[in-house]
Design a binder for this molecule. Structure first.
Ligand SMILES: [Zn+2]
Length: 356
């Protein structure tokens, strides 16, 4: 049997849209028929060579680390206790550790030094069928909004800001009387806005973005205030922040944009004991003045993707109807054009490949 696959044959060249054989699952694997494959800006960066030094790529490779679909076949050694049967709707946890190191034992397989990631050297969801080890599947009953096109983005765009927000919450940076900013309202930021409300303990939520259309999504997702930061310097933004919140500072920032400018802006608006959690990745270095970092006791968290348990929490929020999805459905044939549009920042919400 054949399937469609959009594959990389090298860096800085368009994906080749091909017909290839459907893979057979290994004994411990489940064959997933992909129903939705989220398209992340990171996929564009992967193809552009951003991770060139850090990844071992054996071309051709299929990108796509946000995958949801249905069980199409179950390997002979998959235990019954996994509870997986043909036709089940599943999402794929895409970060696969060696299972041996401290990070893996803590459950943080996404931090494993010997781990591999779906879509970054291992085949991902830009193909119609994907074999996945049964341990990395989470079964989700279908119905309502719980379809693969809405579920796929939860495995990264939904998961990554959730982990970052949890770091801010667990360290006591959120709560009544606090102000938290969501910086960058793309795929991640549209979920981050919702988590800032859900986990913020009453903190006021301000969204920063460079387009009014994206800020409208933030408003729809619960932001109390929005600020268009395009072509504005720190003092312009501070003035708008003050007229919106009555304060000139932020207690916490979930930084989803990931540019050097946006991270500098976040630090320049921090209150004493404030914190920035960075989940976006566009720039290469950050330049932050040291004196306020020390003297005002700022904290900077890196937060990478999420672990399996974080993902189960995100899925629980989705199953109980607490998450809004902002999805743009994409035809397989339009994959390359859509990657270009994502790179320009021209896609609203998350682009998701659906196979019709
Ligand atoms: Zn490990």
């Amino acid at each position: 049997m054949k399937m469609r696959a959009a594959r990389m044959y090298g860096y800085k060249q368009p994906l080749r849209l091909e017909e290839v054989d459907v893979p057979s699952p290994g004994p411990e694997e489940v064959l997933v028929r992909v129903g939705g494959a989220g398209m992340c800006r990171t996929d564009f960066q992967l193809i552009d060579g951003y991770f060139d030094n850090g990844l071992s790529m054996d071309f051709p490779i299929t990108p796509g680390h946000e995958v949801a679909g249905w069980v199409d076949g179950v390997g002979s050694a998959v235990p019954k206790s996994a509870g997986l049967a043909e036709g089940d709707q599943v999402v794929v946890f895409g970060s696969w550790g060696d299972g041996a190191c401290r990070q893996c034992h803590e459950g943080n397989e996404q931090l494993c030094a010997h781990g591999v990631w779906a879509g970054f050297g291992r085949h991902g969801g830009y193909q119609e069928y994907l074999p996945v080890n049964y341990r990395y599947l989470i079964k989700i009953p279908g119905g309502g909004e719980l379809s693969p096109d809405n579920l796929a983005p939860l495995t990264d765009a939904g998961l990554t800001p959730y982990r970052g927000l949890k770091k801010l919450r667990n360290a006591g940076h959120l709560g009544p009387g606090r102000t938290v900013a969501v910086s960058g309202i793309g795929g991640l930021g549209s979920y981050a806005t919702q988590y800032a409300k859900l986990l913020g303990g009453g903190a006021e939520v301000v969204a920063f973005a460079r387009s009014d259309e994206k800020l409208k999504i933030a408003k729809d997702n619960g932001a109390d205030h929005v600020v268009n930061v395009r072509d504005k310097d720190t003092e312009d933004v501070r003035a708008e922040l003050e007229s919106a919140t009555g304060r000139t500072e932020l207690d916490a920032v979930i930084e989803c944009a990931g540019s050097e400018d946006s991270i500098r802006l976040a630090f320049s608006l921090l209150a004493a004991e404030g914190a920035v959690a960075s989940v976006g990745l566009i720039g290469n270095r950050v330049d932050i003045p040291l004196f306020p970092l020390v003297a005002r006791e700022y904290t900077f968290y890196g937060s990478f993707w999420g672990n399996y348990n974080d993902l189960t929490e995100v899925l629980a929020l989705a199953r109980t109807g607490q998450l809004k999805h902002s999805v743009t459905r994409v035809r397989f044939d339009d994959v390359n054009e859509t990657l270009e549009a994502i790179a320009r920042g021209d896609v609203l919400g998350r682009a998701v490949i659906v196979y019709d």
